[in-house]
Design a protein around this ligand. Structure first.
Ligand code: PAF
Length: 280
């Protein structure tokens, strides 16, 4: 695996590569089995696999600790070699944004980014779309792979790619879970043992809501209220729990047939998110 830190070295390595297709997995590092499932998909589908690790300052809010974000490059590199990654792109913030980051261009997808995580983390998705657009321009992949655990993020990136006619095939890959149902996340490492044993309730709650809807329940308001109450009583601090149209992310109505149940909640200071898509 080549490790390249500059745009120029990456582009000259990719330009010199034999013809074939390129699959790209953008990440912020601290890789777990969820990320590696994206790399495995890219490896199965493409001749060349590029993974980026870049802890993107633009997507961190003023109250979010960018410096505390876990950086585990040695373990990440070893895992990427095992997963068959060809090139690891590891740019610095200066390399991607120069010295005038605060004045530079932003890519915004306002329609899908206003609610849920967008409401709780102002500016977050503008940071995500800006860096992903830039990485797509640098790497010029045929396809890119994102985890569906960040369902709102995936929806926003899909809209950006479609609206701006970016020539990249997007793949959303199913969430990898622990046996308990807890979605894998870099943030799980912050949980105390007690919080860790409580955390699977997040998925259990949205799963029971999904089962109730599949069984014919149409009172979405009642279902969300009961789900919120269950989580709060167990010790979660709710950010949001919502049943939405899976395409528009607007609050679901009885007419919608493809739904997504979205949840974000804190255990102590750790914010966990999850979602469940259902067809009815
Ligand atoms: O999901 C992530 O890890 C990040 O938001 C992404 C897509 C790599 C952009 O920084």
């Amino acid at each position: 695996m080549q490790i390249l830190k500059t745009i120029e070295s990456l582009q000259s390595a990719l330009g010199g590569a034999a013809n074939g297709t390129l699959g790209f997995v953008p990440t912020m590092g601290n890789l777990h089995a969820g990320h590696l499932s994206l790399v495995a998909r890219a490896r199965a589908d493409h001749d060349l696999v590029v993974v980026s690790i870049f802890v993107n300052p633009l997507q961190f809010g003023a109250n979010e600790d960018l410096d505390a974000y876990p950086r585990t490059l040695d373990a990440d590199s070893a895992a990427l070699i095992d997963a068959g990654c060809d090139v690891l792109f590891l740019p610095s913030a200066e390399e991607l944004y120069g010295d005038d980051m605060l004045q530079s261009t932003r890519v915004q997808v306002p329609e899908l980014g206003a609610d849920y995580c967008g409401a709780s983390r102002p500016g977050h998705f503008d940071g995500v779309t800006t860096v992903v657009a830039k990485l797509f321009n640098i790497v010029q992949p045929d396809a890119a792979y994102f985890g569906l655990k960040d369902y709102q993020q995936f929806s926003i990136i899909r809209k950006m790619v479609s609206d701006l006619a970016m020539p990249v095939a997007l793949h959303g890959v199913d969430t990898v879970r622990e046996a308990s149902g807890l979605a894998l996340s870099s943030r799980n490492g912050y949980l105390t043992p007690e919080q860790k044993s409580l955390a699977p309730l997040l998925y259990q709650t949205i799963k029971s809501i999904g089962e109730a809807i599949a069984a014919g329940e149409q009172d979405f308001k009642r279902l969300t209220q009961a789900g919120k109450q269950q989580l709060q009583e167990a010790g979660f601090q709710l950010d949001y729990l919502a049943i939405a149209n899976a395409a528009s992310l607007r609050t679901a109505t009885k007419e919608d047939s493809h739904l997504v149940i979205l949840v974000a909640a804190y255990l102590g200071s750790t914010r966990l998110i999850d979602n469940l898509r259902i067809f009815i």
